[in-house]
Write a protein that binds this ligand. Structure first.
Ligand code: PMP
Length: 361
């Protein structure tokens, strides 16, 4: 048996370990573990689940879903003030990214990434036998548009950007983006964390066919377990993406719950303001600690840099105490950093106290 040649030096996505794996590695009880590494919401949206329960018995799970996901697309169109034909629904934002890469990336052609960024992008590009060209961000982690434009050549097929960027929290600058769009190279903007920043670049899809925006229900909607994401693009570009989209990748239960969530967007706004309030409290507390630097963020997670330790040392020190953050130290320019998502105040208090102790040495 021979797998594809790309697997010769392939680096897969670094999956988040399960609670069982962490418990085993660090000698802990699974119920003592607190997760801060997935950038998801700490709150279960119970009122949405109650609404789902009401119609559950009649849900046609015996049939495939309506493959065009028309009800959800109509509701998304109203949420995003666009037309249903500007929307493609997918199994999480990750499947949207997969579809976009399959649509634009040919073998041996280049994709430009503004690094450090979400580490699933290079995996997808390499799976299509494309080449990754990394352009380093500026010192403050903003995208270096001059260098990105410079890097675009005849062999470039796409630029993949993220706003707010995971893991640095920066927004993509609209003027910088416009200058890239004028080159007519395909540009993907991952807005998985959009609702936390309130700033979108989706309006530019009305003027530029070469722009695709990616969104998800996993973050501000508190619905990571649903696995529903979507893209926003011109009608022409959306038809292109639909040629690649698999027919039935989103289940009827997920579709129904996503529809219910869009009928209750007040809950999203409340959730976002609760998380942002808690994030600001964490930032204020962390700023008082000597020996660490908090990187400003527009999302529900934050990056902190330690003077004395590497990110993997901090990861281990915290994990031993049952606190799991994301070790981002292997990413460019982040050797001394860890990323953590905002949790419930009582959980964050435990994390803040432990970070204080670690920073003290
Ligand atoms: N994009 C970014 C930037 C992310 O951080 C994540 C979550 N890790 C995703 C996409 C994937 O989101 P989803 O759960 O919708 O697949």
């Amino acid at each position: 048996m021979k797998a594809r040649r790309i697997f010769g030096d392939f680096e897969p996505y670094g999956w988040e370990p399960s609670n069982e794996q962490i418990a085993k590695e660090f000698g802990l009880k699974t119920d003592r573990i607190l997760r801060f590494d997935t950038n998801t919401s700490p709150y279960i949206p119970s009122s949405l689940l109650q609404e789902l329960k009401k119609g559950l018995e009649d849900l046609p799970v015996n049939r495939y879903p309506d493959t065009s996901y028309s009800i959800l697309r109509r509701k998304l169109a109203s949420y995003n003030k666009c037309n249903p034909d500007n929307i493609m629904v997918s199994n999480g934002a990750d499947e949207s990214l997969d579809i976009i890469v399959k649509t634009f990336v040919d073998e041996n052609r280049e994709v430009i990434l503004s690094v450090p960024t979400y580490s699933y992008y290079p995996v997808l590009v390499r799976l299509m036998a494309g080449k990754v060209k990394q352009v380093k961000r500026n010192k403050d982690f903003s995208d270096n548009f001059a260098a990105i434009k410079n890097a675009i050549g005849k062999n470039t097929c796409m630029v993949m950007l993220c706003s707010p960027n995971n893991p640095t929290g920066n927004l993509v600058n609209p003027e910088g983006l416009r200058s890239l769009l004028e080159t007519s190279c395909a540009v993907m903007i991952d807005e998985a964390y959009y609702e936390f920043s309130g700033k979108s670049l989706a309006h530019l899809t009305k003027s530029y066919d070469n722009l695709v925006i990616v969104r998800t229900f996993s973050k501000a909607f508190s619905l990571a377990g649903l696995r529903v994401g979507y893209t926003l693009a011109s009608e022409k570009t959306t038809s292109l993406l639909n040629m690649v989209r698999p027919p039935n990748s989103v289940g009827v239960i997920s579709l129904r719950l996503a529809e219910i969530a869009l009928d209750n967007t007040k809950l999203v706004r409340e959730n976002v303001s609760r998380i942002l309030g808690e994030r600001n409290r964490c930032t204020a507390e962390l700023s008082k600690i000597r020996g660490i630097r908090v990187i400003p963020t527009n999302a529900n997670f934050m990056l902190i840099r330690f003077g004395k330790y590497t990110g993997s040392e901090v990861y281990k020190k915290l994990a031993k105490r049952g606190l799991v953050v994301r070790d981002v130290s292997k990413l460019p320019a982040l050797k001394h950093c860890v990323r953590f998502s905002v949790g419930k105040p009582e959980e964050d208090d435990v994390l803040l106290k432990t970070i204080r102790e670690i920073a003290k040495g």
